[in-house]
Design a protein around this ligand. Sequence first.
Ligand code: ZN
Length: 415
Amino acid sequence: MARRGHGLGARLCTLWVAYLLLLHPAAALYHTASETLHWFAHTARKLPDRMRYTTLTEDPTRAGVPLATLGRRPGTASAPGAPPPPRVIFVFGEHCREIITTEVGLWLARLLVDDDSGVRLWPELHSALERAGEAPASAGAIGAAGAWPDTIDAWASEVLEQLSIQIVPIESVEGRRLVEAGQLCMRKTPVTNVDLNRNWPFAWQRVADPADEQYGGPRPLSEPQSRLVKRLIDESPVAAYLNVHSGEWALYTPWDSKPAYGSGLPPDLPGLVAKLGDVCRCMAGPAGAVSGYLAFGSSMDYAYVNSKTPYPLTVEVYGSNQQGKLKNGAKNKPLGSFPIVYVKPEAIANSSSGSSSSSGSSNTSSKELRQCFEIFNPVDEATYREVVGDWLAAFLIVLRHVAKHVAPGSARQLG
Ligand SMILES: [Zn+2]
């Protein structure tokens, strides 16, 4: 959201950012965009056999979308002529203010490629895995806690060997830099004001007012970030696509645009989703049916319908006040209990009118800025570690599941 004026509000805002980034106890927990991208670039140079790093661009003179590819270097398969490994794509930092998502992406990459990463020792990660019924290999005399780091190490090597894991750590880099400069409420793209997760050509809807929080742009794929991520998805079959957000705790499957479960998804998906729901102890199910709202023109529906990705997921990693968390002992409804709505190819690039309600003002007070940060991002170390531990456990489970169920070279695309 663009701010007007550079008076007291702007100064307070700068003070708040200084407070947040320098004085707040959470300061040491968060990395700036520059630190994050530097880690990816540096680690790719240091460990080229495990990770490559590039920036996707349409025009070399303009900023693009950063992309890390983790896994065996292409052309180094154990057997000559072996088929390419299944591809899994993670997108973090699509909405600018949801900076915790980028932290999770950074820790995921560190867990997978960085042997010195202390995250493999985190008890929060171990207990999240145990909630899903996982156990470390050969706990034996040293006990589960002692055996977890070696088990996680073995799992990381296994998924790097079997998959190509593509991580977009920050999709909206320019917007993220503005968040760091104090615009803590910014969700959409700077200047064009587009919600990048409403800018895709499946079931896109025209929203008249660019101030609307769900404004999807003047047309589908109007934004370079959407076009670049779409190009990445379209390059070759995608086994799993995970679009990562914050604002609540939740794990969603298609549909985004209908209050129902999608047809044709793999028979093992309900079991996987139930397990992930146990990890996060949060809402898990079809987005449009359990979130309470429909999202039109989302990348998850595109990955599901257009790219025929068998495991399309949207993840909401954190919400303040336990938003999205299940009450003690509560369970999610099984996916099979939701009505199913079938894919209709003609729904692509639907341009019917949507709502045009306006929301928000560009004169954001410092209190609102602070609330914006706290609604989407944890501010204490215990919660930060809980978020990272839960979602690294969930993502490791997804990666191992895909490696087991999708054969190399077999697209296993939906029919
Ligand atoms: Zn979001």
